[in-house]
Design a protein around this ligand. Structure first.
Ligand SMILES: [Zn+2]
Length: 452
């Protein structure tokens, strides 16, 4: 995922996400045009909340170190979820609970009776809400050392930025809203989501926004907080499909069964063939990427393996490209297996059982874009303009993919500071300037929720 420069900023994207593709045609919005934002930034309680950000930095840093120390691989997020629920309670959020899949939810309720345009329907149904999400899982397997090293404003440790920076920023914004008693026109739902990374396949947000979920129908906009930084607005969901290729054969002794088909050799041919797939380089075609992430198989050096397996990641912003690359993988599997089976058949001597293949889809993240004229994008642009912040529109694979694919307004922003080395043991985060990113997040949340 790291982008070009040295102090790589891993803001607002999952670790394996695509490089930035700026969409400079998005119109800048001046805060002067946005009367709602002008009223928000001049509100004394909002100013008080923003002032807390610099003062509270030692607490944020402590949260970030604590949460990083709790191992939380996808599918094993219980301990980190409990930690988050305790922080939500300390801050004073209400309705704290863990849902069926392990997401941790809490609410900053709306106050006052102001009629917000999004709630002008006049009936008694619960008010729409603004949903802020930070994923609590990491890519690191259990037993990865979770120590955090501190050097001045720098913190080092696996997951320190992705997504301890996002979790910390979500907590900081929730804390600021509660402690400054900012009157919200719409309630804000805060969610620590599970299963954002890798084979988690966005299972937390999939559940949160499932057809049967009340949150899908109540949520007016989604703001995901992922990683560090303030230089990106992820408004385009990068699609991805992930596959596990398994080849199986009779196996045998390397001498007495010599000539039997080898799943490992066949898999090598599959991957070599697939690696030759042509990826579009033209700016007019959606950018795509393929990766073979893991490979395994065999039991010992003198055994013909019975099995070989690889995991493959295909990414593109275009559905047609995803389809084309998936077809290329299917063809490569067929080619590798047939070539090995033909070799065995052509070899005189014993008959062996043929190789078989299985291609299993282990991930499918839909693509989706936020409309350039959406209220959410307009609000973030207005906030950036007010703060004098330069940010590029970016495409990435994050929790926002699911609501975007459902036609909801969703965006992913970084949690301030700067960070890099995501998904590596060298991951780092620099707390310097975090309050700027927190202010950006708070104003975006308030711009959407409105003041009561
Ligand atoms: Zn992330």
């Amino acid at each position: 995922m790291p982008t070009a420069n040295d102090r790589t900023k891993d803001s607002a994207k999952d670790g394996a996400s695509a490089r930035a593709r700026s969409r400079s045609d998005a119109p800048p919005v001046s805060p002067v045009e946005d009367a709602g934002l002008a009223a928000i930034v001049s509100h004394p309680l909002v100013q008080a909340a923003a002032e807390r950000f610099a003062v509270q930095e030692p607490r944020y840093r402590e949260w970030q170190i604590e949460v990083t120390r709790i191992a939380s691989p996808s599918f094993a997020e219980v301990a980190r979820g409990q930690w988050l629920a305790q922080r939500f309670a300390e801050i004073g959020l209400t309705g704290i609970h863990r849902d069926e899949v392990g997401n941790i939810l809490a609410m900053a309720p709306a106050q006052g009776n102001a009629q917000h345009p999004a709630n002008a329907n006049g009936n008694d149904s619960p008010k729409p809400c603004i949903t802020v999400i930070a994923h609590i899982d990491t890519v690191f397997p259990p037993h990865t050392p979770t120590e955090v090293r501190e050097e001045g404003s720098m913190l080092f440790g696996p997951g320190i930025s992705d997504n301890s920076a996002g979790v910390t920023a979500m907590l900081a914004v929730a804390e600021a809203i509660c402690s400054a008693r900012i009157p919200l026109a719409l309630p804000v739902l805060f969610v620590g989501s599970v299963g954002e990374e890798g084979e988690g396949d966005l299972r937390g947000v999939r559940h949160l926004f499932a057809e049967s979920s009340a949150w899908r129908h109540r949520t007016a906009a989604v703001i995901a907080v992922d990683g560090a930084g303030t230089d990106n607005i992820v408004a385009e969901g990068l699609g991805s499909r992930r596959f596990e290729v398994t080849l199986r054969g009779p196996g045998g002794h390397s001498w007495s069964d010599a000539g039997a088909p080898s799943p490992i050799l066949a898999l090598a041919r599959v991957l070599d063939r697939f690696s030759q797939v042509i990826l579009p380089q033209s700016p007019s075609v959606p950018k795509s990427a393929v990766n073979v992430g893991t490979i395994e198989g065999g039991t010992s050096v003198n055994s013909i393996p019975e099995q070989a397996r690889a995991r493959v990641d295909i990414r593109s912003s275009g559905v047609a490209e995803l389809d084309r690359l998936e077809r290329a993988l299917v063809l490569a599997v067929g080619y590798g297996v047939e070539t090995e089976n033909r070799r065995v058949l052509a070899t005189p001597g014993r008959a062996f059982a043929s190789l078989t293949s299985e291609l299993r889809k282990i991930g499918d993240r839909p693509a989706g874009d936020l409309a350039l004229d959406s209220r959410l994008l307009h609000t973030v642009r207005a906030v950036d303009s007010y703060l004098g912040n330069q940010a590029h529109l970016q495409r990435a694979s994050t929790d926002a993919n699911i609501p975007l694919s459902l036609g909801m307004e969703a965006i992913t922003l970084g949690g301030g500071g700067s960070g890099g080395g995501a998904h590596t043991l060298q991951e780092w985060f620099d707390c310097e300037g975090r309050e700027f990113g927190l202010q950006r997040l708070l104003l975006t949340v308030l711009g959407m929720a409105g003041l009561g």
